[in-house]
Structures are given as structure tokens and as C-alpha cells.
Write a protein that binds this ligand. Sequence first.
Ligand code: SF4
Ligand SMILES: [Zn+2]
Length: 349
Amino acid sequence: MNASDLSRLILSYSLKLREDYLKSRKPPERMPHKSWVEPDRVLGKEGHALVIILPTVGCHWALTSGGCSMCGYVYDGSQSTPSSSLLLDHFKLAYEKLAAIPPPISVKIFTSGSFFDEKEVPKQVRDEILHFLSRETKVEEVIVESRPEFIREDIISDAINALKEKRLTVAIGLESTSDRVRSIINKGFSLNDFKASLEILRRLEAGVKVYLLVKPPLLREAEAIFDVKRSIKHLSEMNVDAISLNPCTVHKGTFVELLWKKGCYRPPWLWSLVKIILDVQGEVDATLTCTPTASGLPRGPHNCGLCDRKIDAALKKFSVTQDAKQLEHLNCKCKLEWKLHCQEELVSH
Ligand code: SF4
Ligand SMILES: [Zn+2]
């Protein structure tokens, strides 16, 4: 089966799954408030991030084209478009959590889609949030996520002007620099599309953060490690500011879950994340982070069950300090099992 037949097959599965699961979405007024504060790297320093998930209608790509094969975030979105005042209320309530947090602080405004898609975040809401943040002395950086098709020169320029001295960083879920790997993910944009966005962001002096997916479906463990290392190298050459390694988790209602239930997908080993970081550190100028979710659970990145917490904590510590020493001497009896697993997968296929 060639790559385009494969991506058509994945797309048809994804569309069918979306249809059923989208029915479970809540109306806007019943959407829970989601926000938290966590230690993070803020413009090269140790600090904190306020993460806010705005309850928008969700990712345009997932709603119209099946979305990415591992992503179920669209089911957490609102059933219909929320009012501007509801979005602003969610933002303001979340912002109160910063009251006792010292600087430096970054504010991450996520929508499980694209901040610059005006169907998700109307321009008036976007402007109001950015103007508000421009006046907050503790805040140094504002990070938003967007697919490349919404990154337009006029929109980014307006956002930068609204934020005044604060740094705007735009995070893009590129997942891999390989177009072939991205077609398995059903990502719906090419490396050239990403490069065009990068060009706009660079020219306007916005920060660029890139998400890489560790172990997309249909890749073996060793192939996934290779793909991420190669992608980090490419992105480093493109001078992005930050690279976040996102180990794949098994979301409900996705193609990845379908494979996982059939025993055809295992989320990445935590050892693979440690290996990637140790292999590339020293060769990358960008800030490298890896803060896994659902570590140690069957649906998340995991090792043997005994060492998962320790490895997860070390990865998170590395992400804040950028000091890879804490990853160097980690050990567990399952490390050998992981190495054999990587080798056997390659031999048996
Ligand atoms: S990964 Fe991003 S682009 Fe893909 S479906 Fe999820 S929110 Fe949309
Ligand atoms: Zn172990």
C-alpha cells in the first residue's frame, strides 16, 4: 500500500469515529473551566506557566477533515460556538491563579485547535486577551497554538502590536519534518506550509515553538526514535526557538485507539524519550522540552511500571532546567527489555 492509499484509509476510519464521538460534546455554558500553573522554562529562565484551555468549538481540521490520527482533543470542545463573553470569563477566572506566583511567567492560551482561527477565537476576544496581558508586569511571554493556515502576516503583526513588549510565541504541531510520517498522522499540511509560516513568524520576530510527536501510529519504536532525532536536527537548522517532544497517548475515538485496542499500537517507552534527549543534547540550540502526560498508564508513554514515575520526573526536571545530567544515570531492569524490544521489532519486520 502506498502512502496516499494509507492516508485515505486512515482518514475514512477517523471520519467515522469522529461522527460517533462528537455527539458527546457539551454545550458552551456547561463547559468546565480548565487551567493550571506549572513550573516551566520562560524565555531561557526557570519560571512558571499558566496554562489556559479556552472552551472553543474546537479544531477546524478535526471538525471538517477527520483531524490527526492520534488527536481526540476536539471531543473536549464545545458543542456549538461559545459567546465572546463566555470565552473571556474563562480567561479571567484562569488568570486569577497567577496571584501568588512570582515572575517570570508565561501564559499559554490553548484551544485544542488554533488561536488564530476566528471561528474558534473571534478577533474581539483575541484582541481583548492580548491587550490585557500586555499590561501585566509579571508576564514575559504569551504562547498560543496554531495550524499554519491561520498564520497570516496581518494577524501576527496585530497580535505582536497588541502585546507590546511581551514576547509572542506561536506553537505549531508539525509532529515530524517528514511529509511521509505526517501523512500517516493525517496532518493535512506539508513541510513547505510549515516553512512559509516560519518565515512570517521569523520576519515579524515572533518566537516559534514546534511540537514533535514521538511514535506516531504504524512506526516501530526504533523508527520513531530515528524520526524524532532527524526532525530535531532539521528544526535546529531552521533556527526554531523551542522544540517540545510530545509522546503519543491513546485518546478516545481516534485511529490510534483503534490500533491500540487490536494490540497493534504501544505508546512509546519512556526510555526512548531519554535516549532521544541524550543523543541530541549539545547539538541543539533550541530549548528542548518533554513533559509527558499519562506517563506510566497503558494509554500513555510507559516502561515497566516500577520506574515510570522516576523517569517522568527526570524528564520534567530536564525540561525546566535544561540540564541533562539527571537523565544520564537512570536505570531499571526494564532498560534491557526496551533495548531488545527495539531490536526485535526491526528484525521481525
Ligand atoms: S493535533 Fe492539532 S491539528 Fe491535529 S486534530 Fe488535534 S488539534 Fe487539530
Ligand atoms: Zn522499569
